[in-house]
Structure formats: structure tokens, C-alpha cells
Design a protein. Sequence first.
Length: 171
Amino acid sequence: MADDDRIRSLLLGALDAQRRHVLAAIDGLTDAQLRKPALPSGWSPIGLVRHLTLGGERYWLHTVMAGEPLDDWPEDDPAVDAGRPADWRVDADEPTDAVVQEYRDAIARSDAILAGLPLEARPLRPEPDWPADRFPDLAAVLLHVILDAATHAGHLDAARELIDGRQHLVL
């Protein structure tokens, strides 16, 4: 296996593992448990899933890498968001299973995008204020998305242990 193929396989495998970790961490939680703030900062497990959908999959892979418009980003509402970014918001009338399905759908779209991009692919919609070497290619963006998803998967592990005592062992 060529080095680029091996690195690509490792990166995509790590991304898939973190996505599965996130989904496993919320599996079996009730609607009330998914919506209840997990820590004093006020985020909920389902809000974190929304963030990974919008701020992870859609922003980084659909918009930054594939150039798709970011037309589904919610507008900040300080009265509702309590200081958190709007991409963590899940309205009370939104079914939590629909939020989880949006995450799964975003993953499927991301996988289709990733299948057609080499690791050297340059972002089609980089932010204008990024330093030139910050996210120069897909490999750098993937590493960022993996680290973000892994961090949040750990947050969900802590939340899950506080909610019902379930512990997740990472091997």
C-alpha cells in the first residue's frame, strides 16, 4: 500500500471510529436525558450532536472542502442560546431522533465528498482570515475534524457517566 493510501486509510478510519463513538455514547438515552444539560456550561448531549452535524461535518467537509453553501447555519439568538454558539441549539419541538438522523445524513454526505477528494485537495471555501498554512489541504482538515470529534466524544463519555453511570473504554 502506498504511503498516501495508508495515511488516507488511517485518517478515514479514525474519523469513522470517532463518529461511531459519538453515536454509541448517546445510544439508549431517553429524550429527556439527551436534552438535559450535562455540565454547568449548559450543553446537552443532543446539542453536542447538532454541533458535530453543523460545525463538524457540514461546515468543514461540505462547505470548506466541497464548496457547498452554508445556508443551514442558525442565526445566533443570545436569549435562547445562553452564550453558546447557535450550532448547539436544538429547539424543544425538534425530535431528538431527527437530530441524530441529520448527523447520520451529514456523515453520509461527507463520506461521498471524501470519496472523491485526494488528501492534497485544497479547500474550495477557506475562511478569508485563515493563515495560508492553517488548513492547506484535506489532510489538515481531516485531522482537525477528527480531533474535534474525538474531544466531543470524550465530553459525551463524561456526560454519559454522569447521566447513568455507563463508562466507555477506549482501546
